[in-house]
Unconditional design. Structure first.
Length: 377
RNA sequence: GGGUCGGUACUCAAGCGGUCAACGAGGGCUGACUGUAAAUCAGCUGGCUUUACGCCUACGGGGGUUCGAGUCCCUCCCGGCCCA
């Protein structure tokens, strides 16, 4: 179901193929985030045009609304949201972190209180496995205990070890319910080498279908990421997909690919689109062949890597900028027009910006694959 | 013509003698967003400057009272409503 098609000679980057019941995914790839069964602001038809290969949705949020009985009646998540490609769901583990104010962790599982209604939901690892099975997803994630940064070493260790114990329960329960999805384990351990190694080794013993690196970009200094990648990837089998969860900025993705990561997801392109930030190629014909330089920043405070920049389309200077938004899917619309749509709060603003940023991210991935193929990355 | 209520920063709108360059909202400007509680959140928004518990200019105009006035008094101008 998974194969490495080509290994780079310049880095740990690799071209991969992942077969799922809903299609083959060529890696390295990026999964647009559709937490609540929708990539915010765009329809399935608009999404398909962008060729994302696979999308990510969320167990916890779908369990709350509309709930699995409704999605089962609809014929599964694919039919419900009219997306016929592969779907990966996060287990709800990230909500242990992002909704930390509203949950209690016990060894049995996590109890969440819905912030809007106060309703309590119990989510043990087994429930997460069952829900993902009922959603009918292609790839399910193990239910993990995500801890933020900074945190006491002992707390990070405890969360990591609990993640391992829960991982075993996830595997066992998947077997019990005869779920057909591929199940990925998630390495935790914060910024500590010892803990990352222990986590990876224990999970590899369990023979998951793929391995994710979780608990990254949860507040730790950015320069820690490379270390985490180096330590962890070295422990993971070459024959299984590697997934860096929640990342990231374009240059972070390029770096991670060079460290041997195959899969990504991130809220950045869609969320920042809604907030008016657009990702722009510096060179109209994008070229991550300059990828080696992509981590160098122009200076303190600037976010740009060397091959792209970001703009805030709401800035006053774009009011009279009639240049096209991009050279591809929105070449007929000017920046001045998009600026106007944002300033007047027309819903079309967010839709166009989302289409633009996703196109950027998916083009980035396509170029990364091309460059690996050509031996440039 | 008489009566009455009101005129505050880009807009709306608090303010009822000092702690008011003036609450709040909108607008404007800028920034942040990394397995989405996120169409969200944060800062700035009279001028100047050594950006400071600093100096100017400001609450319709003018004149008073007072140590001190956006706040009290007189008067003029303008607007709403009521009566003629």
């Amino acid at each position: 179901m998974f194969s490495v098609v080509k290994k780079s000679k310049k880095s740990a980057a690799r071209l991969t193929e992942l077969k799922t019941r809903h299609g083959i995914i060529r890696g390295p790839f990026f999964m647009p985030v559709a937490t609540k069964a929708a990539v915010k602001n765009i329809s399935a038809e608009e999404l398909v045009v962008l060729e994302p290969q696979i999308i990510l949705s969320n167990t916890y949020h779908l369990m709350l609304a509309p709930g699995t009985p409704i999605i089962k009646r609809a014929g599964g998540l694919h039919a419900f949201m009219q997306w016929s490609g592969p779907i990966l769901t996060d287990s709800g583990g990230f909500q242990v972190f992002s909704l930390s104010k509203f949950r209690k962790i016990t060894e049995h599982g996590v109890q969440f209180a819905d912030p809007s209604s106060g309703t309590r939901y119990l989510l043990p690892p087994e429930k997460s496995m069952t829900v993902q099975h009922e959603l009918g997803v292609d790839i399910a994630m193990a239910f993990d205990d995500v801890i933020g940064y900074p945190a006491e070493y002992a707390a990070v260790e405890q969360a990591m070890q609990r993640t391992t114990r829960w991982a075993k329960r996830c595997i066992a329960h998947k077997k019990k319910i005869k779920a057909k999805y591929a199940l990925f384990g998630i390495v935790q351990g914060g910024t500590h080498k010892q803990l990352r190694l222990e986590s990876a080794r224990e999970l590899v013993k369990l023979n998951f279908d793929g391995y994710a690196i979780g608990g990254v970009a949860v507040g730790e200094p950015r320069n820690k990421m490379k270390n985490i990648l180096n330590w962890t990837v070295a422990e993971l089998p070459e024959t299984k997909p590697r997934y860096l969860m929640g990342l990231g900025r374009p240059e972070e993705i390029v770096t991670a690919v060079q460290h041997g990561i195959d899969m990504f997801d991130c809220v950045i392109p869609t969320r920042e689109a809604r907030h008016g930030r657009l990702y722009i190629w510096k060179n109209p014909s994008p070229a991550p062949r300059q990828a080696r330089g992509t981590l160098s920043r122009k200076g303190r405070g600037t976010r740009e890597g060397t091959f792209y920049k970001t703009i805030n389309i709401t800035n006053a200077k774009f009011a009279k900028d009639f240049s096209p938004i991009n050279q591809t899917n929105l070449k007929q619309y000017s920046k001045a027009y998009l600026h106007h749509l944002f300033k007047t709060q027309e819903p079309l603003a967010m839709r166009l910006a989302t289409l633009h940023n996703l196109e950027f991210y998916l083009t980035l991935m396509a170029d990364i694959r091309k460059n690996i193929q050509k031996g440039l990355l």
